[in-house]
Design a binder for this molecule. Sequence first.
Ligand SMILES: [Zn+2]
Length: 309
Amino acid sequence: MNFDASRRASLQLLAMTALQPALAAAGAEPAAARPTLKVVATFSILADMVREVGGQAVEVSALVGPNADAHVYEPTPADVRRVARADLVVANGLRFEGWIDRLIASSGYRGKVVVASAGIAPLQLGDGVDPHAWQSLTNGQRYAETLRAALAAAAPQRSAEINAQAASYVARMAALDRDTRSRIAALPESRRRVITSHDAFGYFAAAYGVRFIAPRGWTTGSEPSAETVARIVRQARETQASALLVENISDPRMIERIAREAHLRVGGELYSDALSPPGTAADTYLRMFEHNVRTLLDAMTPAKISDQR
Ligand SMILES: [Zn+2]
């Protein structure tokens, strides 16, 4: 062994000795006893993203749960207590949660509010901004990166696991993004037109080339007028939309009425602003996305239409 090699070996030994107490501590301590971050996310999709990125380092809950509509949500006294006890609050931003500022103020929470949509390119919708940015997997990857940075900063002692989980999550999103693009591009453009119950798919439309026609504005707060319904029925006929799709957070009766009047079929259910309950088809962000893509492809594929008409 020459001098350099022996020096390297002794340095390695030193480094290992220095690491030993830390390794022993980590090994001796059960995972459950390690400090976890209490994260409150505003709605179910965001809570799932935090869970994927944070893993064992977080304990996350959603204020607006599965199948519920965050646009018209009214926080409860229990929400106020939950936010007051949180280490970190995560919101979508883009004015999706109109109630969040008042909730934070009444809880007395003084911590950080992470805006998950930070850094995405917002789309305009009418006079405002379209808040549904998670409906593109390119944006989803941005969300994951924002969450990774925020969680790693809040729990620096667990940043290595958080970084690794985020990297794996982003890779899965990128793969699904590529797959979605190629499967939708394989359909003729004239088939890629559907009607949904609210304007929640602007980012999906822009990213994947599907045209969505919705009888409501950007929020679910108001019922469309008879004129709006008549206009949609006319549009559905004129544009030769492939199908109508209902959404998990909306009353399906409106879409069913339009379907009857426009002689179109209801092609399935899309998940726009909330996941499905745990254990069902769209209970994570990625499963929700896969479900939506599968439903859209089924609804837009010409062979399926011809046997319906
Ligand atoms: Zn919405």
